[in-house]
Design a binder for this molecule. Structure first.
Ligand code: KG4
Ligand code: ZN
Length: 356
């Protein structure tokens, strides 16, 4: 029997098993992360090794450095995830890995590592979409959450409004036409001289500032649920340069607060429109996902908006907003339940998309 035939048979058996344990690895960007997840909902271990220190001096992620660091860290992080779950590789039921979207070299490191382990241990392997992983972080935090529901996915690379039709089934309803929300935060932070990644720093600084101090333009898009943050970012950078050229000190907290307000308003108002125009799906709730869902103002604004609209809001716990292996293990479980496993020909897919 070939590896794939035996994997298919094992995956079939697992569809009815309770207590399915999946070892998952995430290496799409600058975190090497591994976790063991039970039945898609319970975290047995969750280890995140961040490379931020390696990239900070360059002001952003350097792909070659990321790939090398993943290569050095993969085995260690996987071993630690197994150890913290109190398991040996042989005791896991299946393995999962992020196959895209992300940096090609970084993804390949993880994909190859897990292909090797899956083949050696004779375990089914599941390739996971990173964005689907972010959505699934909510399943780990909220036992009651089940499709259909709406989700705003906001990360360093994506700003999506999606309908989660069923487990593993997505309808992409809106997306950014230029910068992602996290990218805009990072670039605005750089204009203020804050180190990478700027999103959390702007967020912290903004808590002390006046969000009404500066007026920034409201983005315009053709698509009803689409986003655009590039104009907002440029207007912000021009404002900063204007102040610098006048030789005045930058009111950093006020600038951060004004920028954060503009981005969060835009994110929340489009989500409100989506809720109003998709009442059926909105009945299941509105979820936030991705690194930017850790943003304090976004969490507050979304809570207020959902309360006004009478819709339940779901947010991942803070530690599960940014990249981690747990969310990949959760998404993988629901793929496995659908019988969707990968063969050893699986490749990294840097531009992988979500849904229909
Ligand atoms: O989901 P994630 O870890 O990686 C990607 O898939 O891109 O998201 C990282 C992004 C970065 O742009 C980071 O600045 C942003 O999420 N981020 C935040 C906050 N925490 C992380 N942006 C705004 N406020 C935060 N608190
Ligand atoms: Zn991510």
């Amino acid at each position: 029997m070939t590896y794939l035939e035996s994997s298919r048979r094992k995956a079939e058996e697992l569809r009815n098993k309770a207590g399915v344990r999946i070892l998952a690895l995430e290496t799409s960007c600058d975190e090497t992360a591994a976790a063991v997840i039970e039945d898609g909902r319970k975290i047995l271990s969750n280890v995140v090794f961040s490379q931020i220190d390696l990239h900070e001096m360059y002001g952003g992620v350097v792909p070659e450095i990321a790939s090398r660091a993943h290569m050095e860290a993969c085995d260690r992080v996987v071993d630690q995830a197994l150890r913290e779950a109190g398991m040996a590789l042989e005791e896991t039921d299946a393995l999962a890995v992020t196959k895209g979207p992300g940096l090609v070299g970084a993804l390949l490191t993880g994909v190859n590592c897990m292909k090797g382990l899956a083949f050696a241990a004779g375990k089914p392997l599941i390739g996971v979409n990173h964005i689907e992983g972010h959505v699934s972080a909510n399943f780990l935090t909220h036992p009651d959450l089940a499709p259909p529901f709406l989700c705003l996915v906001v990360s360093g690379g994506h700003s999506h409004l999606v309908e989660v039709v069923d487990y593993g089934e997505y309808r992409l309803l809106g997306q950014t036409v230029d910068d992602a929300a996290g990218e805009a935060f990072d670039k605005a932070a750089r204009a203020l001289g804050l180190p990478y990644p700027g999103g959390p720093r702007i967020d912290a600084l903004a808590e002390e500032g006046n969000p009404e101090a500066f007026t920034l333009p409201r983005p315009k898009t053709e698509g009803r649920y689409d986003y655009s943050f590039s104009g907002l970012k440029t207007a912000f950078i021009n404002t900063v340069h204007g102040i610098e050229q006048r030789g005045e000190a930058l009111p950093k907290a006020d600038l951060a607060a004004s920028f954060r307000r503009a981005v969060c308003r835009e994110l929340t108002e489009k989500a409100r429109l989506l809720i109003r125009e998709h009442p059926e799906a909105a009945r299941g709730g509105m979820a936030l996902a991705g690194g930017v869902s850790a943003n304090r103002e976004l969490r507050r604004e979304a809570a207020a908006m959902c309360a006004e609209e009478g819709v339940k809001l779901y947010m991942p716990e803070i530690g599960l907003c940014t990249d981690n292996g747990a969310m990949i293990g959760s998404a993988a479980y629901y793929r496995l339940r659908r019988g969707e496993i990968s063969g050893l020909e699986m490749n990294a897919e840097p531009a992988l998309r979500l849904g229909m």
